[in-house]
Design a protein around this ligand. Structure first.
Ligand code: NAP
Ligand code: F7E
Length: 357
């Protein structure tokens, strides 16, 4: 049975990739950070009892800032494949925490590469590189040959990790792949990324749970795909005879405004009545437009996306509508529970007063 280690298993891609690898028959080992609150919501449905000898998903505490722990984990597990999906992945936040972002996203990758270099069994490494590396694009559409021009601390950290992944491949003959993935989304997307922020906000507005939606730059354009499709490409890269780097994208670009049109139209609402611009969501430097050309992946990996933009938005709206409905029901129950508690307390007070008399 093949063994895979996934860093960032609690994130959007980690959840989809775990499901995918478990279906392929892998034993999956996920690195998780200690948290004061539960952070395994996206993988609870596939988590098995840690004492079950047949359980194929195991979680291990670890952190990309702790190299000695990474080395220990790799030596103990001796994985066939390592997928490095862990990152401080929010571009806006990287401007507030540039040093931390570099520590996790850039040096974290280097720590993994150094630890893997000393593992004696053959191991393949996947690095979650990003279209953010193209930044202020020097060519459209972007391919594996397009030079990088990162526009954020996040983009810069990912460029560093990209080149170290290549450098370790060329210096030590390691099987290292970079997947240069363009934006990919899903119902499991973090709530502060723009797609999910919009589908979540719009569905809550529809059900009366929220009045307004505050956004930043509506003119930015992205090549948005479905995360479930994109994790297949990660795995395909790791099954090739030769390690290489691939752009993974849909080849279609839409603006944030298009996303608003599509989402609010499904809900039969006019977004202009609800959306307000909040400068807090602007970035010091913006990536205006991204469009990927994944011809190489389509030819070599025989990969292609299955879900298009419209289907993706509908999938996210339907899922968020279900969650909003659940929140509304919970709120109603909370209100009636509150009434019940008040009534019981009033009756108890009256009773205990009566008892005292
Ligand atoms: P995500 O949902 O933000 O998940 C990030 C994961 O990294 C979470 O599991 C998080 O753990 C973990 N993490 C954060 N800091 C860590 C640390 N110090 N040590 C170990 N783990 C840490 O991201 P995603 O969308 O799944 O993306 C997966 C990877 O692909 C990331 O590297 C991202 O930068 C890259 N990428 C994403 C896209 C995209 O459009 N989604 C495109 C290109 C590249 P907690 O749950 O504890 O926070
Ligand atoms: O922003 C604009 C914002 O945060 C998309 C990460 O997964 O993909 C992601 O990075 C665009 C930007 O994604 C809001 O200015 C407007 O132009 O959803 P986002 P991102 O920055 O493209 C890449 C490929 C990664 O690798 C990253 O890890 O939308 N925008 N208004 C907004 N963005 C946010 N978050 N919130 C707003 O209110």
């Amino acid at each position: 049975m093949k063994k895979a280690i996934i860093t960032g298993i609690t994130g959007q891609d980690g959840a989809y990739l775990s499901e995918f690898l478990l279906k392929k028959g892998y034993a999956v080992f996920g690195l998780i950070r200690r948290s004061s609150s539960f952070n395994t919501g996206r993988i609870n449905h596939i988590y098995t009892d840690p004492h079950d000898p047949n359980g194929r998903l195991k979680l291990i505490f670890g952190d990309l800032t702790d190299g000695s722990n990474l080395a220990k984990v790799f030596h103990e597990i001796k994985p066939d494949e390592v997928y490095n999906l862990g990152a401080q992945s929010h571009v806006r936040v990287s401007f507030d925490q540039p040093v931390y972002t570099a520590d996790v996203d850039a040096l974290g990758t280097l720590r993994i590469l150094e630890a893997l270099r000393s593992v004696k069994t053959p191991v393949r490494f996947y690095q979650a590189s990003s279209s953010e590396m193209f930044g202020k694009v020097l060519q459209t559409p972007q391919t594996e040959k397009t030079p990088f021009y990162p526009r954020s601390p996040y983009g810069c950290a990912k460029v560093y990790a990209f080149w170290q992944t290549v450098n370790y491949r060329e210096s030590y003959g390691m099987f290292n792949c970079n997947g240069i993935l363009f934006n990919h989304e899903s119902p499991r997307r973090g709530e502060t990324f723009v797609t999910r922020k919009i589908t979540r906000g719009a569905t809550r507005i529809k059900l009366g749970l929220q009045q307004k939606l505050f956004l930043g730059n509506l003119d930015a354009r992205r090549d948005w795909g479905f995360a479930g499709d994109f994790v297949e490409a990660m795995w395909l890269m790791m099954q090739q005879d030769v390690a290489d780097d691939y752009v993974i994208a849909t080849g279609e670009s839409h603006s944030v405004r298009d996303l608003l049109d599509e989402t609010f139209e499904i809900l039969d609402l006019d977004w202009k009545k609800y959306v307000e611009i909040d400068p807090r969501y602007y970035r010091p430097a913006e990536v205006d437009t991204l469009l990927g050309d994944s011809t190489k992946a389509r030819k070599v990996l025989n990969w292609q996306p299955k879900v298009n933009f419209k289907e993706l938005v509908r999938m996210m709206v339907e899922s968020d509508l279900r969650l909003a409905q659940r929140d509304k029901t919970k709120l109603r129950h909370q209100e009636s529970d509150e009434e019940d508690v008040k009534m019981i307390m009033a009756q108890t007070a009256a009773g205990s007063l009566g008892h005292k008399k």
